[in-house]
Design a protein around this ligand. Structure first.
Ligand SMILES: C[S@@+](CC[C@H](N)C(=O)[O-])C[C@H]1O[C@@H](n2cnc3c(N)ncnc32)[C@H](O)[C@@H]1O
Length: 205
């Protein structure tokens, strides 16, 4: 994924192929949670495709991303969203308490360390309105034995290639349970995709 991020204009086509359309399906299901007038925050918004799906449903979206190239593409894909070009580690300096109805994120948490994930989740709890919800779609290490074999034969060499070309990597998450609990929130539903290699979580305060 990091390789694709270094070519933002090709990111969406590459991700579509790499995830066999699963990422688009997850984004569509996330967007269905948004409604007219909702204030939505998209963390690690990338090229803005999810932001645009939510805007088409009448939501007002703020996208956060630290990658200038991805944000340039996002501004073309979703010109009416607001954007913050900052690190997810610095949300505390830029976003007010209880200012969003929905916080969402796809494939960004797997680029964070565990400490960063917990920090960001704590910030989400602060930023989220009391009746709000969090939707996270991300890559996880599957539990199913066949999927695990596929994961280790296909994904691990991909990670090595990513490291060689970009000196960064992604960390498929073994479980969100402890991170969410440590941030003082709870997972209210969980749905898996593509043999359990991707997960969509709904989280509440
Ligand atoms: C794999 S892409 C996913 C993009 C988009 N959410 C999607 O699903 O198509 C991960 C995005 O998260 C952003 N990102 C990763 N770590 C970040 C951080 N610490 N602060 C801000 N953005 C970050 C990257 O710049 C990238 O655009």
């Amino acid at each position: 994924m990091k390789i694709l991020e270094s070519r933002p204009e090709r990111y969406d086509i590459g991700m579509g192929l790499l995830t066999l359309g699963t990422l688009t399906k997850i984004k569509q299901q996330i967007a269905e949670h948004t409604h007219l007038g909702d204030q939505v925050l998209d963390l690690g918004c990338g090229t803005g495709t999810l932001a645009q799906m939510c805007i088409e449903r009448g939501a007002q979206v703020t996208g956060v991303d630290a990658n200038n190239g991805m944000l340039s593409v996002a501004k073309k894909n979703s010109p009416t969203a607001n954007y913050l070009n900052i690190s997810l580690s610095n949300l505390d300096e830029h976003l007010a308490d209880e200012s969003f109805d929905i916080v969402l994120s796809t494939l960004a948490f797997s680029e964070l360390t565990r400490a960063e994930r917990v920090h960001v989740l704590k910030q989400i709890k602060r930023i989220l309105r009391n009746k709000g919800k969090v939707l996270i779609g991300d890559e996880i290490i599957p539990e199913n034995i066949f999927a695990k074999c596929f994961y280790y034969t296909f994904r691990l060499p991909m990670r090595l290639l990513t490291w060689i070309t970009t000196q960064t990597t992604t960390n498929a998450i073994s479980s969100f349970d402890d991170d969410v609990r440590e941030a003082g929130m709870k997972i209210v539903s969980s749905k898996s995709f593509m043999l359990g290699m991707f997960i969509l979580l709904e989280i509440k305060k």
